[in-house]
Design a protein around this ligand. Structure first.
Ligand SMILES: Cc1cc2nc3c(=O)[nH]c(=O)nc-3n(C[C@H](O)[C@H](O)[C@H](O)COP(=O)(O)OP(=O)(O)OC[C@H]3O[C@@H](n4cnc5c(N)ncnc54)[C@H](O)[C@@H]3O)c2cc1C
Length: 362
């Protein structure tokens, strides 16, 4: 059977992962405003930590499935292709300032992540009442995006820089399928204009430490942490995510509906203080200051009700041909840890849409 042609909009982790998976059955072209190697606030992927810590709720089987498949995929890469992908297997720690309420339930991934257990009192940082630990994964986004791009090129994929104003601009004479992985762009891209999409800004500091000095990651949930608010300061989550070259990302903030990409000096100082006070071993022996590489703010592409993976049929204005569109956007603060599972779901969703069309014809 001859290959079909697909256009993928977007070259973040969602677009590139989907594009590589599609290449088993399609000739693929990626159209995007931003590509790996670039740092723009609204291009979320390079700004992430990134670490795997699933936030999927106990009743959210779909999101758990995405996160589980991605964990298994990354676990394998972390063992077999760590140098090339920048994926590391590390000890993960979750800390809570206040002991969770008595009806608190263990996270769904307690049986997925090896070594999951509660921390003993003497293992808790100062000011922390409760904590868990388990093996997890960190990813170096710059390295992994380049790895995906390399896989894509080896498989014969092509790329074109373009800033689309309408999704139909991704349809060429030979196009069969368009996959929309435009992240925050889906809010304004005509033909999509999803008003459930909005930004949640995240301020971070990238610091340089000796390679291997930090081989753990943590997330600390502050007492009285809110789930709302429009200012970056309003939701306080402290985290540290190491990369394989000694770089470490310190975070963070979660400013819902905040589109500003200018780092705030007071917030940066607060983040650094929070990270060091939680884990004083962040600083190498004898050092009193961290070597800062860069301050930054990235915009998480949040979507109310979660990731949209859905197909719709349209018609090419040039040829009249029926074109299948599949969306894959709205990954919020969990686009890395769900990237592979969500992209697999895109492939399955496309197959189902074609099968349905075939059945409808007979
Ligand atoms: C500070 C921070 C920390 C994070 N930490 C984590 C973490 O630890 N773990 C985790 O899983 N996730 C984390 N995330 C979230 C994660 O980074 C995102 O969910 C993920 O990167 C989204 O990827 P994406 O490919 O969907 O979107 P993006 O990376 O934003 O890519 C969108 C692509 O679409 C293109 N595009 C948009 N509009 C158009 C248009 N009109 N025409 C052409 N191209 C267009 C863009 O140029 C870009 O190429 C974090 C995010 C931030 C900001």
């Amino acid at each position: 059977m001859s290959k079909k042609y697909a256009t993928v909009i977007g070259a973040g982790v969602s677009g590139l992962t989907t594009a590589v998976l599609l290449q088993e059955a399609y000739e693929v072209t990626i159209l995007a405003k931003n590509f790996p190697g670039e740092l723009r606030g609204e291009y979320a992927s390079p700004w992430a930590g990134a670490h795997w810590r699933s936030d999927a709720k106990l009743e959210d089987a779909r999101q758990q499935d995405f996160d589980r498949k991605t964990f298994i995929h990354f676990w394998d890469l972390g063992h077999n292709k760590s140098f090339e992908t920048g994926i590391m297997i590390v000890d993960g720690f979750d800390y809570w300032d206040k002991h969770p309420p008595s009806d608190w339930k263990e996270p769904w991934f307690k049986d997925l992540c090896p070594g999951y257990r509660h921390l003993k009192k003497e293992e808790l940082p100062k000011g922390v009442e409760f904590g868990t630990t388990y093996k997890t994964i960190t990813i170096s986004p710059p390295k992994y995006l380049i790895y995906l791009m390399k896989c894509f090129r080896i498989n014969g994929g092509s790329t074109k820089r373009a800033s689309l104003s309408h999704i139909k601009e991704a349809i060429f004479d030979n196009t069969d399928v368009v996959i929309n992985c435009s992240g925050l762009g889906s809010k304004s891209l005509r033909g999509v204009q999803d008003q459930d999409v909005y930004s949640a800004s995240g301020q971070t500091i990238l610091v340089q430490l000796p390679v291997g000095h930090v081989n753990w990651t943590f997330g600390r949930y502050a007492a009285g942490r809110t789930d709302g608010g429009t200012h970056r300061k309003n939701e306080v989550l402290t985290y540290v995510v190491p990369r394989d070259n000694g770089e470490v990302v310190l975070g963070g903030t979660y400013g819902q509906h905040d589109y500003s990409i200018t780092p705030d000096a007071d917030i940066a100082n607060d983040i650094i203080a929070r990270c060091i006070s939680t884990r004083p071993d962040l600083l190498p022996k004898g050092e009193t200051k961290l070597k800062i590489i860069r301050h930054g703010v990235g915009l998480r592409p949040v979507r109310k009700n979660g990731i949209r993976i859905e197909t719709e049929w349209t018609q090419s204005e040039q040829t009249g041909k029926k074109i299948l569109i599949c969306h894959n956007y709205g990954h919020g603060g969990y686009g890395w840890q769900s990237s592979y599972g969500a992209s697999m779901h895109v492939i399955e969703t496309l197959k189902r849409a074609y099968d349905k069309q075939f059945i409808a014809k007979i």
